[in-house]
Write a protein that binds this ligand. Structure first.
Ligand code: MG
Length: 250
């Protein structure tokens, strides 16, 4: 099931993308909802980020092929940082190039969307806390990352967390192609089977640090091939089985 959040007839609604239409729902998948018997054409809705996280928990180095590219040893445990909810934007929204940076990078990532409150979850129960999965772009001001020595500023500008286009609830989170194109040219290509830490480990690990709330998102690290974006570019993250998230840079 592909859950979408969108603007339609002046309201923000949830629904499900079915075949060639969007079926509307009452309520939200996080607080209780039901699908109603009303369908609209996809062109009649404006897709939004598929959830409204209270926080986005980001995982650093998590692909064996990216670690090899960087000549780095594999980490013993996940490295975490946060993005604020104000960084979130949706499909088609412009990633705003901040005046403070001269080196804006893309990072294609799988996003895990949490379905219910989760604290101290064991690994073998972790997938039960997950509503589904989405595409994410961990936009980063690479020069500020090096200059600051910690990552709050470089990861947190408004629009630095594109999410979408949907929350796919039927997805096996251990084998799916992930790809990023910039202006149609492939820049990143890997498979989530290359994760150093798998999804159950990540959800369990994060939940031992902070309570995860419905709609929170964990983004899971990026594969090799990170690089710069310029104003006027169009950046697209594609994950097999989920869809594509495309954003202009302006
Ligand atoms: Mg990242």
């Amino acid at each position: 099931m592909k859950i979408v959040r969108f603007q339609y007839a002046g309201e923000v609604r949830y629904g499900v993308h079915e075949d060639d239409s969007v079926r509307l729902a009452e309520g939200t998948p996080f607080s209780g909802w039901k699908l109603v018997d009303e369908r609209v054409a996809p062109g009649e809705v404006r897709l939004l980020a598929p959830c409204e996280p209270s926080k986005v928990v980001c995982i650093g180095l998590n692909y064996v092929d990216h670690a090899a590219e960087l000549n780095m040893a594999l980490p013993d445990e996940p490295l975490m940082f946060l993005k604020p909810p104000t960084a979130v934007c949706g499909p088609g929204d412009t990633i705003v190039y901040p005046a403070m940076t001269g080196n804006l990078h893309y990072e294609a990532e799988l996003g895990i969307v949490i379905g219910g409150r989760a604290k101290d979850i064991p690994e073998d129960e972790a997938l039960g806390c997950v509503l589904g999965y989405t595409c994410a772009n961990d936009v980063t001001a690479r020069d500020l990352q090096a200059r600051d020595g910690q990552w709050t500023r470089c990861k947190s500008f408004d629009t630095f967390m594109p999410l979408g286009p949907c929350i796919e609830t039927v997805f096996e989170p251990d084998n799916a192609a992930i790809r990023l194109t910039l202006n149609g040219e492939e820049r990143q290509s890997s498979n989530i089977s290359n994760f150093i830490f798998k999804v159950p480990r990540l959800v369990s690990f994060v939940s031992q640090v902070m309570t995860l709330l419905p709609g929170d998102v964990i983004i899971t690290g990026t594969p090799p091939g990170i690089g710069p974006m310029e104003r006027g570019d169009s950046v697209r993250v594609e994950i097999e089985g989920i869809g594509a998230l495309e954003n202009p840079v302006g």
